[in-house]
Structure formats: C-alpha cells, structure tokens
Design a protein around this ligand. Structure first.
Ligand SMILES: Cc1ncc(COP(=O)(O)O)c(C=O)c1O
Length: 372
C-alpha cells in the first residue's frame, strides 16, 4: 500500500491540478461543521460573494457545485436545454468538444462552429452561425486548456443575445487568472473549477446563473433530467433564510475555497493577472534556449497555460521519456498534448500559486540538466 506520508512534493506545471496554496491546505484540515450549522451557512454566503467577485457578476445564483468542472458544464446544459432545443457550440479544443457531447446527451440538436486547435474561434463565423441557426443556447470556452487559447467574448455574446439565445461560458481555467466579466459581457451561465488559478484541490465547480437563465429554467416544459444538478433544488439548499437538505456539501473543500478566495482578494485580481502574464513571458523566454516555441500567436495566448511546440531533437528522442524524467527525477509535472496535438506539444501550466518565476526557474534548470 502506498504510504501517504511518503508522497513526493511535485511541482504541478501541467493543465491542472496546480499546487494548492499552503494556506488552503491548512484550511482543509479545520474541524468539520455540520452542513446546516449556522456558522457553515455564514461561511458559504461569504464564499458565494467571493465567487461573484472572481466571476465579475452580481448574479444571486452563484455557488460552488459539489463536483469538478465538468459537473458545472453539465449543470449549465441540463438546466438550460430541453430535448429538441438548438445549441451552437464553438469548438477549438477538447472542452468545446465535451460541451457538444454533454448537450447532445441532454437531447439538444448540436450545431458546431470549428476552429483549428491553437486558434481562437473566428468571431465573424460565430456571429454568422448564431444569426443563421438562432439557437436557444450558445456555448464556448473562454480559456481552452487543451490548446492554450484565450477567446474574445463580448461580440459573440452580444450576437447571441440579439437572437434571444442564452450564452454559456466555460471559465474553468480563466477564473482568478485573467479578467472574467460575466455581467459586462452579457453571459447567462458560467462554470469554473477550483484546481487551476484558485489554488485549491479539485472538488468544486463554481457556477453562476443570471436571472434570465433562471427564468428559462422556470419556464421549462420538462423537468430537469438531473436531480443532483437541478438549479431550482440547489437554490433551496444554498439560498434564503430557510435552507433545506438537498445533499451534503463537501465542508472541507468549501473551507479550502474560502481560503483560496481570500488569497485572491488580498492580492487583487489585476495584480494576479499581471503575475500570471509575467510568469508566462518568463517561461517562453526561458525555454527558448532549448528550441521550444509557443504554439499560439501572442495576442491569443493564455497566460496560465502555455502550449509549447517541441523542438526537433525532442520530437526525435521521445518527448514522453523527457516528461518522465522531469516527473521522476525532478518532481515536476508538465502536460502532454491532447487530440491532434498529442506528441507535438507540451502544455505548461503556471496557474494560481504556481504562476511564479521560481516555478519557471525550476523547470528551466531541470531541462538544462536533462538536455545538456
Ligand atoms: C476548459 C476546461 N473545461 C472543463 C474542464 C473539466 O473540468 P474537470 O476536469 O474539473 O471536470 C477542464 C479541465 O481541465 C478545462 O480545462
């Protein structure tokens, strides 16, 4: 059996999870409270407010769903789609593809606008498709972790609203790393995850629904197919003076999220974004000496996840072996390419607490040792 006391301290520079902040790890070990204890409810209310801040919203329905980011995605789809509805999804990476799969299982007719992996969605192509299909729902990814692309949002959201479509935005990787402005952009539902720029372990999916989105749920002709993710049932548990048992919230994870949000508040969102950008720039500079080049054009690059094209020498000598050496000899995890980019790129995450020059220096030092 693996002895947990002997687990190595890895530096997690992949696409997530990133390392949790020591203060978050400390918070996880605080004494358990009951999930309907007034003290816990007060803490939950603070967490909901902290989430509104990082989502850039005043949406009342903003809370952490008790499961990972994919559950947030599923919550948006199953609540906002009814069988036979049309959804338009922008697909320029693995997570846009996952949205299509989840929407199709919810019984929707899925229309896709595709862009090459490594490119953003073409805004004009999205706007044209929205006007042509007039979907009930438009969905796309803000920060595509599979490719390292940051998507421009406002024009697509505005076109969707013009035709009465609700807009869902995947903010799993962007929240607390780059500006997210749900209200300013006109987003109706968004979801995130705790294991990326919030510096917490995986376990929760912060979500936010606008009043317009909740209205759509109230007007449904069919019940939401998922009992666990039904936002009307969740509202009875997370909102108001009288909270009724729905499920048992993961108390310790919410302690961790509370501390993670406190850290964001202390640093400030603008300073946090600047720190992510500085770390990414240092990474690109630092690995240039080995021949790594960024996959994504500078203006579309994510600061918290950099896709690096592998130099010829590493392509020929086996990139998996080098990743293995980084992991086993240096305790550094970096991510492999996904889908069509498998074997072609590495994905290096500098997320949350890890977005520091010290992380870059450790990776560059380890690469120098392995490649010299
Ligand atoms: C952009 C994006 N969306 C959705 C997900 C799914 O989240 P999870 O793996 O926490 O379920 C991820 C996870 O990496 C992601 O990066």
């Amino acid at each position: 059996m693996i002895d947990l006391n002997t687990l190595p301290e890895r530096l997690l520079l992949g696409p997530g999870p990133s390392n949790a902040h020591p203060r978050v790890l400390d918070a996880l070990s605080r004494p358990l409270l009951g999930h309907l204890d007034p003290l816990f409810i007060e803490l939950l209310d603070e967490v909901k407010q902290g989430l509104r801040n990082v989502f850039g919203t005043t949406n009342a329905f903003t809370l952490p769903i008790s499961a990972t980011g994919s559950a947030g995605m599923e919550a948006c789809m199953v609540n906002l789609l009814e069988p036979g509805d049309n959804i338009l999804v922008g697909v320029n990476g693995v997570f846009g593809g996952r949205m299509c799969e989840v929407a199709s299982r919810a019984g929707a007719k899925v229309h896709r606008v595709e862009a090459a992996f490594g490119e953003p969605l073409d805004v004009d192509a999205m706007v044209t498709a929205i006007r042509a299909t007039r979907p009930q729902l438009t969905a796309f990814v803000h920060a595509e972790t599979s490719t390292g692309v940051l998507q421009r949002v406002p024009e697509i959201a505005a076109a969707a609203r013009e035709v009465g479509s609700l807009v869902v935005l995947d903010c799993v990787t962007s929240v607390a790393g780059v500006a997210v402005e749900l209200d300013e952009w006109g987003i109706d539902a968004a979801y995130s995850g705790t294991q990326k720029c919030l510096s917490c372990p995986p376990s929760l999916s912060p979500v936010s629904f606008s009043d317009r989105a909740l209205e759509r749920v109230r007007e449904r002709a069919t019940p939401v197919q998922s009992w666990y993710l039904d936002v009307s049932l969740l509202a009875g548990y997370y909102e108001g003076a009288k909270r009724a048992y729905h499920h048992t919230a993961p108390i310790s994870s919410i302690y961790g999220l509370s501390e993670g949000l406190q850290l964001v508040e202390e640093e400030g969102l603008a300073a946090r974004e600047a720190r992510h950008r500085e770390a990414a720039a240092a990474l690109i500079d630092g690995v240039a000496e080995f021949g790594f080049t960024p996959l994504v054009a500078a203006e579309h690059r994510l600061p918290m996840l950099t896709s690096l094209q592998l130099p010829e020498a590493i392509l020929n000598s086996g990139e998996a072996e080098l990743r293995g050496a980084l992991l086993n000899k240096h305790n550094i995890e970096v991510g492999a390419g996904l889908g069509s980019l498998a074997g072609q790129i590495w994905r290096v995450g500098l997320m949350g607490e890890n977005a520091r020059i010290t992380s870059v220096d450790r990776l560059v030092g380890a690469l120098r040792e392995e490649l010299s």
